[in-house]
Write a protein that binds this ligand. Sequence first.
Ligand code: AMP
Length: 310
Amino acid sequence: MNVLMVGTIALDTVETPFGTKTDILGGSSAHAAVAAGFFTKISIVAPVGEDFPQEYLDLLGRHNIDTSKLVKLNGKTFRWSGYYEFDMNQAHTKETQLNVLTEFNPQLDAESRKAEYVFLANLDPDIQLKILDQLESPKLVAADTMDFWIKSKRKALFEVIKRVDYMLINEGEVRMLMETPNIPLAARRLLKLGAKAVIIKKGEHGALLFKDDDHFSVPSYPQEMFKDPTGAGDSFAGGFIGYLAKTDDISDGGVRKALIIGSVMASFNIEDFSMDRMKILKKHEIIDRFGEFARFSKFDALQAIHLGGY
Ligand code: AMP
């Protein structure tokens, strides 16, 4: 199955302890689509400005991504600049220039309205709601958000949370949204507010799934080649939904496997700036790293007898 993605396409300026890069390809839907494109065909609906470089469109096109539904608007492309300190788990935003995002009023065509797998990448929740209104009968919708929207569009964000199947959010943001330092408690509160399932991304420490009757802890990869975490959350989400769409298996077991794939894709994305690692990634590397995850996480059940019985 194909995946429809709606989100930002950005020109990012990023500073990490490993360097500074200006106007590199970024944006929530760009990172997510590049990761998902390893598994299935992706179509992105997102605005770009007149200044968006053709070479970035070409790069997306080489990754199984249909860019014909991008909306070219008069003005400048969305821009984000940020930096990371030694603890690269925490992004610090320097500036967000919404630019063409403020003019973006997406109208899905007939094909996109019928999409079965949909990812509403980090974006203005009012726009995410407009997309939800236009979908006919999706099989699975996931959405992501960030502190910028929690602060500015809280009410609309709660509507989104109630209407999607999987809400992705990072640990700092869920603490902020649910006003508690305790992550399981924050997740439970979100479920009580109507979320069907919550995936909490914990940067280099993996992720957690909370669902009514299910909990799963997604391991992370002990990554020693770590240059730029930008887009880690988006590539996690892209791997997750891309793999689900490819297998069309949304059982609990299928979802767990897809979450590991998410962690695998995020672990590659952070090895270099922008798409520099993803653009040379090979499928066999994904398979090998998935195997490493399985090996790292495997343990046998405890035998009561070793503790001298109950
Ligand atoms: P992540 O590191 O996965 O949380 O996402 C990083 C990407 O999010 C960057 O490439 C940014 O261009 C994009 N981004 C930053 N701020 C926003 C925002 N307010 N809305 C949507 N996307 C954003």
